[in-house]
Design a protein around this ligand. Structure first.
Ligand code: ADP
Ligand code: RBF
Ligand code: MG
Length: 402
């Protein structure tokens, strides 16, 4: 990682939308052809041009249409979805924070400017927070050309070297506005190794933090100064920007979210290999809610229908140490049980975030880190801010009444 230069004022450029919309559009679209979007297709289309991505879907799903027909059919579906586009987790928090500290920000995207404006219209406070919005139709060449970022720096009257670019994957390349950008700006896709936004930022002489919006994609952002799993992991002070002050005792309070289901069999290694049992629940039915929350280590309260409510620390994701291909939900209930409870209904109120999932040099260091997470969660859940959720109706109503 390149170390950050301290700066008096910095500029931030980023495109803070999540990719959930792509899955949603393709899910609805494929049903029309009697097919089921399995979500995993997202990996097959990432890093491709819009045309290549469309061709891959037509081929993979054996659709009875040409690539161009597919494109003209999905484009209006994407447009309809713009008002439903969810912000990337942590985007509103970050925009508010930087705005409150008077950090000038610009929003620079390859999408035509009018599309960007429609997309952010439903996010309160966003438009006013950016000094400028620059669309792909306002420059000769879109990303990966540095032009859009250089233009943003010029308009902000700042040196490119004192600007920070925060770049997500710029969404799945299939998204409708990317298709339009292709026509409008003659956007040239360079290669599948580095994402266009990262290339553009580096070519503009700026520091770049990349936030891959699909899992296991960090390797295609290698030229970024830092790759973070989600905006929750951004430490502004690393880049000479004012730090967040909402972390409390190593935890980040979040808007609580809720998932539940019967306890299922996992990989059979939690207790055996790590000495840490995790009462897995199925991810089925939670694809939307899970796509709205970054993978990582969280904590909260767990209601076990036949037993009660317990403190809980969990990981959600691909367990990088084991390089799983399936995303799993792995809650460790912080209580000693004298028997297994497979099949029992488990409800989770997730109230705070601790850290991204990580890889470790050894099993011992993974286990040590999980025990550290446990301590953090145990202490945090005693704070009034988190303790109250123990009585959350969602958990209480799931308990078996005798
Ligand atoms: P699996 O791979 O099948 O999830 P684990 O080794 O992770 O197996 O063990 C998890 C199981 O252990 C749970 O499903 C539950 O029945 C039991 N268990 C016992 N104590 C706990 C605990 N404190 N937290 C979570 N699960 C526990
Ligand atoms: N697995 C990882 O590969 N990396 C992690 O950073 C990680 N953190 C975890 C944190 C907690 C609190 C828990 C309960 C589990 C974590 N695991 C992590 C998941 C662990 O690998 C998983 O539970 C076992 O592999 C059982 O399948
Ligand atoms: Mg388990």
């Amino acid at each position: 990682m390149v170390s950050a230069k301290p700066r008096d004022s910095s500029e931030i450029f980023f495109s803070p939308f999540s990719d959930g919309i792509v899955s949603e559009v393709l899910r609805v679209f494929l049903v029309k052809y009697g097919k089921q979007w399995d979500g995993r297709g997202a990996h097959r289309i990432v890093g491709k041009t819009p045309l290549e991505a469309a061709a891959a879907i037509v081929e993979d799903y054996g659709l009875p249409c040409t690539t161009n027909e597919f494109i003209s059919e999905v484009t209006p579906l994407f447009t309809d979805q713009w008002s439903n586009i969810k912000a990337l987790p942590g985007a509103t928090r970050l925009i508010k924070h930087l705005n409150c500290h008077g950090v000038p920000m610009a929003l620079a995207s390859n999408s035509p400017r009018a599309n960007i404006e429609s997309k952010i219209a439903c996010h309160q406070g966003w438009k006013e927070s950016f000094s400028f919005i620059i669309g792909g139709d306002e420059v000769r060449m879109g990303k990966p050309s540095p032009e859009i970022f250089l233009e943003a720096a010029k308009r902000l009257n700042m040196e490119p070297s004192s600007c920070l670019v925060i770049e997500d994957s710029l969404k799945c390349v299939l998204e409708a506005d990317a298709l339009q950008t292709l026509k409008v700006t003659g956007y040239a896709y360079c290669n599948g190794i580095t994402r266009p936004g990262v290339m553009a930022g580096k070519a503009a002489g700026m520091e770049v933090v990349a936030v891959p919006s699909l899992p296991k994609q960090a390797h295609i952002y290698t030229s970024a100064d830092e790759v973070i799993n989600s905006l929750l992991d951004l430490r502004p002070e690393k880049w000479g920007l004012p730090p967040f002050h909402d972390w409390i005792e190593s935890t980040l309070p979040i808007e609580p979210w809720y998932i539940g289901g019967p306890v299922i069999k996992g990989f059979g290694r939690g207790s055996k290999v790590l000495g840490i049992p995790t009462a897995n629940i199925s991810t089925e039915g939670y694809s939307t809610i899970l796509s709205e929350h970054p993978s990582g280590v969280y904590f909260g309260w767990a209601g076990l229908s036949m037993r009660g409510v317990y403190k809980m620390v969990m990981s959600i994701g691909w367990n990088p140490f084991f390089n799983n291909t399936e995303k799993t939900i792995e809650p460790w209930l912080l209580h000693d049980f004298d028997e297994d409870f497979y099949g029992e209904q488990l409800c989770l109120a997730i109230v705070g975030y601790i850290r991204p999932e990580a890889n470790f040099a050894s099993l011992e260091s993974l286990v040590a880190k999980i025990h550290e997470d446990k301590k953090i969660a145990e202490n945090a859940l005693d704070l009034p801010l988190f303790a109250g959720y123990k009585d959350d109706l969602y958990l209480r109503s799931s308990l078996h009444k005798n």
